[in-house]
Design a protein around this ligand. Structure first.
Ligand code: ADP
Ligand code: MG
Length: 318
């Protein structure tokens, strides 16, 4: 099976017959941006061994690659439209692998309302499987939510629990055991890009980022871009029931979760008067702190109001 057969058999169905993709028979896709909208575009690459384990199932690789890429669109306040799929194969792909990989992509296409508009297929000698996805989304003119807009006094909102994906990775590496292994590994392979928050973000959020590198690191990016500091109240962070169970059993230090990536929850800066409205519609969201112009960088405090050091504590990658 050569490259063209692969494209016709496995990638063509991912276009779902959309005219923009021209049945993958031209050099590129042709997209129109509706009047009054801007195009939002972002690329993410996943490399075997670095971003997914060598024994990862093809469906899991597909879910993680597409969902992680889509998360950047949610973080901008955009609706997803389509994606480009570039794959480098270290050897000729096996038909069963291809079938499982593309079936999982199609499943997520339906879940998130996107189609595949094209891509690139290459061989990579002496390399590993690499999947690069470019997602394309739309946002009304000037409504994109950037990292740079947080304001003094804004509330810091976290869209959902942290750390489940990180725990999933520990389980996959056999460094950790739990009663909820399947729950955690699913969280690792199938993050949920938070498009449910997009309508509220467009109205209320001054700044946003998706947490791919860990809460502390990614909050640091908002702070730097907005020229502000932020305080995190550690006791305001809720974990999933399964993670809480693991923490209480004593097998796991919750602090590890503060620098854990891969959950793809959103961090938002919103004015205090919008917090109640967001909580009403998004019960998993929590206010975990505030932004301030009185200091720079990220500060964490415990339930007694004492600052918790983290720079040299050895449990974050700072
Ligand atoms: P070119 O040589 O001009 O780059 P290709 O042979 O790479 O053209 O691609 C032919 C068509 O197949 C294009 O429409 C391209 O978008 C599509 N395509 C190639 N690889 C993939 C892929 N992995 N997924 C989806 N579409 C693909
Ligand atoms: Mg090409």
């Amino acid at each position: 099976m050569n490259e063209f057969d692969l494209i016709a058999q496995y990638f063509l169905p991912l276009t779902q017959g959309r005219p923009e993709a021209m049945n993958l028979r031209d050099d590129a896709a042709l997209l129109s941006v509706p009047q009054g909208m801007q195009m939002v575009i972002s690329t993410d690459t996943m490399n075997q061994g670095t971003h997914f384990t060598t024994d990862a199932a093809p469906a899991n690789i597909a879910h993680k690659s597409l969902r992680a890429a889509l998360s950047d669109l949610a973080a901008m306040g955009a609706e997803p439209l389509c994606y480009q799929l570039a794959i480098a194969f270290p050897q000729k792909p096996d038909p069963a692998w291809m079938a499982e990989f593309t079936a999982a992509l199609l499943e997520d296409q339906q879940a998130f309302g996107v189609f595949c508009s094209g891509g690139d297929t290459t061989g990579i000698q002496g390399g590993v499987l690499s999947i690069s996805i470019t997602v394309i989304g739309l946002v009304p003119n000037d409504k994109a939510v950037k990292r740079s807009g947080a304001q003094d006094g804004d509330a810091l909102i976290l869209s959902g629990p942290l750390g489940d994906a990180f725990i999933g990775l520990q389980i996959l590496r056999r460094d950790l055991h739990s009663d909820d292994d399947a729950y955690f590994t699913r969280a690792y392979f199938r993050p949920q890009p938070r498009f449910d928050l997009v309508p509220a973000m467009r109205v209320h959020a001054h700044a946003a980022i998706d947490i791919s590198d860990g809460l502390i690191a990614d909050l640091g990016h908002i702070c730097a871009a907005s020229n502000l500091g932020a305080t995190i109240h550690l006791d305001h962070i809720r974990y999933s029931e399964a993670a809480q169970k693991l923490i209480e059993k004593g097998g796991f230090d919750y602090k590890n979760l503060l620098s854990a990536g891969d959950d793809y929850e959103l961090l938002l800066a919103v004015p205090e008067n919008a917090v109640a409205e967001i909580m009403k519609h998004h019960p998993s969201a929590m206010q975990i702190g505030t932004f301030s112009s009185r200091h720079k960088g990220v500060v964490m405090i415990d339930s007694q109001g004492h600052s918790v050091p983290f720079e040299d504590s050895g449990w974050s990658h700072f």
